[in-house]
Each structure stands twice: as C-alpha cells, then as structure tokens.
Design a protein around this ligand. Structure first.
Ligand code: PMP
Length: 397
C-alpha cells in the first residue's frame, strides 16, 4: 500500500521553529511562526479566556456529543462581530479553526458548483492554494502586491477580477493581510465590492485577525461593504489569533444567502460536509469564546487585552519605521506580518550572523519582536544588505 507514497518536502516554517528552539544564542529573535508574542517573548493565554476556563471547569457537567454544527451559541455570539444586525439570511457553523472553515467553504462551493474557480492574489497565506485545491476548486492567481515597492497592485487586481467569469469565487483577506500587512483602503474595498456585484462574483472572505489591525469594528468595515453589495458570500472566521486559542482550533464558517430557504440548505449542507470530515468540531475553544462573548465583563476584559496586543504590534512597527526611513512602510501596514524584499542569502545571513529567524519568503512576524529589538533588527538588516532592496519603498506612497 504505502510504497506509492512520496514523502513531501518538510514544511520550511516547522523546520525554522525547531532550528530556533535549538539555537543557544542569547537575544535570538523569532519572526517566523505566526503567533502573537508579548514583550517578554511569550504567547500568553488571555485573561478573559483563563477566567472562562475556570467557569467552564465548574459549570460543564457533560462532554457528550453536540453535533456536526458544533456550539450554536458560540456561532450566534460571534456573528455580530462580523455581520451588521440588519444583514438577513446569515447562517453558520463551528469549525476546527479558520483552516477548517476555509476547507468546508471550498467543499460547499464544489458541492454547489462543481469545478468552480477561485481567484487568489499573490502572495498569500501558503495554505490557501492547497486547501482550496483539496476542496475541489480550481485556483487562479493574480499579482496582489509588490514587495520591492511595498505597494498593493490594485490595478492588476481589478484587471484580474474584471476578467473573472460570473460565479467565480474571489478570496479576500478581511484584514491584516498575511503575509504583507497591506490592506485595501475603504475606497478600494468599495471598488472591489462594486466589481463583485456588477460581475456576479462570489466573495469568500478569510477573517483570521479581527481586532489585531485597527480595531474590532475597523477591521470589518471593508468586508462589510462587500457583504452589503452582494447577497451571497462566505466568511471563514478564526478565533485562534484574536482569542489566542491557536491549538484549541476555534473558528466558524458563515454564509450570507439570498433567501431563508437557501440559508437553510447551506446550513444542512455544511453540517453534512462537517460530518464526513471531522464529524464534530472540538468543543473547548468555542465554549470559551461563547462564555467570554456572553459575559459583558469578560467581553470588556477581552476587548481591552486585544487593544493592548494591537497597540504593542503598532509600537514595534512605529519603532522600526522611526529608526529607519527605508522601513517607513511598516507603520502603514497592519497585523502581525510584513513581507520584506529580501533575497534567500540575506535571510540565511540574518539567521547565521544575527540569530534572527524569518520565513524563506521574507515574511516577518513583527509581533515576534520586542520594540527594544528594533535597533538590533535594523542594524542586522543593514549588515546583510537588506536595506538596499527596500529603497524603492521610500518613494512609494
Ligand atoms: N487564514 C489566514 C490568513 C491565516 O494566516 C491563518 C493562520 N495562520 C488561517 C487562515 C488559519 O487559522 P487557524 O489557525 O484558525 O486554522
């Protein structure tokens, strides 16, 4: 049986995690793995989540099965963070993280329209292509961002989407674009929303970092323009970053449908697809998010801590941009990541000479850095010649 299998190449990011852990040098900096870190380098459990865990421990009296749709009170509590109250025919189910939501969304689209195409701007989260493909979609790519000038190639994006056929799916990053940190501004969102409505395209929005960009409401202002402009859409939601639940695999897939009957059919189809994939999603993380969002006190605590996490990332971005004008673009970008225009040799040199670990693509998780590391990082970039290549960014708007 197994003789036909090929061992896929190891995931470069996982290899990086191990290499970082094994590095004995003091002051090493991990900009690789995509998790938030505080100023001491830890990825803490949020206070509201810890409090919810205590409540859950005391109150939970069974771990009996829920169902393929998961915890529907969790789904109901999460929905208003994304959708305006006035949006009708919204349905959703709990999924194992944002990844599970993306996969289920792809399978739902394939069930509704076999052979559907999805338009994905590059660069993007490396898992988007494989997940969509495994879910039965045909992936079409267009250039979204130029790392040398650190600019969104909006004209190329609009040209690509103008060439899409009616019913084609358009992947949009809700906020905190991974890996570039470059989000559409509201005018651009409006143009994309108009185009989607005009050409009958189907938006699939990946929202994995709400609250880690400009704020909970600000981070969904753009995608709401799309949801307003069209009557059908999918939103893949991850709670793994904004509730710091990573390994608890907490997410949801929401669908906006044209009619109540369509919404019902979507819900049933999603439950059926979940049943043949994972049967039921893991409960723990979703139960915690439900407890937080159903309690005004815990919600306040969660929101405050999220604001302080967001502010810390902003401090790192500002410190780098202030120290080095060639990195001014970092302060215009949002979320954990920016994608620096570095050659593979420069990324190697950062690791070997300076104990700074970055993904081979040049993606840097700025939340992995202390603001006080900014000087060291800028000096290291200069040492490996990494600032020369960023020069074009100075003149970019
Ligand atoms: N979408 C994007 C853009 C992401 O960066 C990630 C996580 N890195 C996900 C989805 C998946 O999130 P989760 O860990 O909840 O599966």
């Amino acid at each position: 049986m197994f003789e036909t299998l090929k061992n896929p190449p190891p995931d470069s990011l996982l290899a990086l995690i191990k290499a970082f852990a094994d590095d004995p040098r003091a002051g090493k900096i991990d900009l690789g793995v995509g998790v938030y870190r505080d100023d001491s380098g830890a990825t803490p459990i949020m206070q509201a989540v810890k409090d919810a865990e205590r409540i859950l421990f005391e109150a939970q009296d069974t771990k009996s099965y829920l169902g393929p749709e998961g915890d529907m009170r969790f789904v109901a509590a999460l929905q208003p963070l994304v959708f305006d109250k006035s949006t009708s025919h919204v349905t959703g189910i709990q999924t194992p993280g944002g990844s599970g939501a993306l996969r289920l969304g792809a399978e739902l689209i394939t069930a509704a329209r076999p052979g559907a195409r999805v338009w994905v701007g590059t660069p993007t989260w490396p898992n988007h292509g494989p997940v969509f493909q495994s879910g039965g979609l045909t992936v079409c790519r267009y250039r979204f961002f130029d790392t040398k000038t650190q600019t969104i190639l909006f004209d190329e994006m609009m040209a690509a989407l103008s060439g899409a056929a009616q019913g084609d799916v358009v992947l949009l990053h809700g906020c905190c674009h991974n890996p570039t940190g470059a989000d559409l501004d509201l005018d651009q969102w409006r143009e994309v929303a108009d185009l989607i409505a005009r050409r009958g395209l189907f938006p699939f929005i990946d929202l994995a970092y709400q609250g880690l960009g400009r704020g909970l409401d600000e981070d969904v202002a753009g995608l709401r323009l799309v949801l307003d402009a069209t009557d059908e859409a999918l939103v893949a939601y991850s709670c793994d970053k904004n509730f710091a639940l990573y390994r608890d695999r907490t997410g949801a897939l929401f669908a906006q449908a044209r009619t109540a009957a369509h919404a019902g059919a979507v819900f049933g189809s999603l439950a059926g697809l979940a049943r043949v994939n994972w049967s039921m999603p893991p409960d723990h993380g979703a139960a915690l998010v439900r407890i937080v969002l159903e309690s005004p006190d815990l919600t306040r605590s969660w929101r405050e801590e999220l604001v302080s996490m967001c502010a810390r990332i902003g401090d790192v971005r500002r410190a780098l941009a202030t120290l080095e004008p060639q990195l001014a673009f970092l302060d215009r970008q949002r979320g954990l990541f920016s994608n620096l225009a570095l050659a593979p040799e420069q990324i190697d040199a950062l690791r070997t000479r300076h104990a700074i670990y970055m993904a081979p693509s040049g993606r840097a998780n700025l939340a992995g850095m202390r603001a006080s590391d900014a000087g060291k990082f800028v000096a290291a970039l200069a040492d490996v010649g990494g600032l020369e290549r960023a020069k074009a960014a100075v003149i970019a708007p």
